[in-house]
Design a protein around this ligand. Sequence first.
Ligand SMILES: Cc1cc2nc3c(=O)[nH]c(=O)nc-3n(C[C@H](O)[C@H](O)[C@H](O)COP(=O)(O)O)c2cc1C
Length: 178
Amino acid sequence: MAFALLGMSGALRAASTNTALIRSGAALAGDDVDFTLADLDLPLYNGDVEDAGYPEKVETLVAQIRAADAIVMSTPEYNKNLSGVMKNALDWQSRFSPGPLTDKPVAILSATAGRSGGELAQFSLRHCLTPFGPKILQQPQLHIGSNYDGAVFADGQFVDPKGREKLAEIMQSLRAVA
Ligand SMILES: Cc1cc2nc3c(=O)[nH]c(=O)nc-3n(C[C@H](O)[C@H](O)[C@H](O)COP(=O)(O)O)c2cc1C
């Protein structure tokens, strides 16, 4: 049976390095992986919108989370935190019961410009996930930023050899939890 892996990227731009990291992780996760990249280009959470009925994209996201065997999230660091895009998606899914993320295996990645490679963004994403009770993979961790030399991304893929080894390890650990 296929392994359903959902990717959630905290960056919306087409050339996002976070999305590239997720895609590379999915490719390293095994031949039986059925990968879906979630669309997090959602309306901002607004109680009036919710009262009028959940936006279709939100319903789709929640269904994708429920159907996933595991999730890989990657966020850029925006002002030392997770991105608003990711936080908004977490806020929308939190309005559903039972909680879509309860006991869901989740791996956290980050790709940013700074030297810490998004360590603080990962920390804040972990913190934001705690109310929902997912099984968050703690180790190994991968922080991609100016701490890596040379061409780390090319053609929409994460190409650093050592980093890819760690990413493969993360994906195997995630599968072991699932
Ligand atoms: C509003 C804003 C705030 C940012 N703050 C940080 C930061 O605190 N630390 C950091 O390392 N990079 C920061 N950056 C750089 C982003 O992390 C970088 O552009 C990242 O590669 C974006 O991810 P993407 O390639 O997936 O779009 C910031 C960028 C923006 C637009």
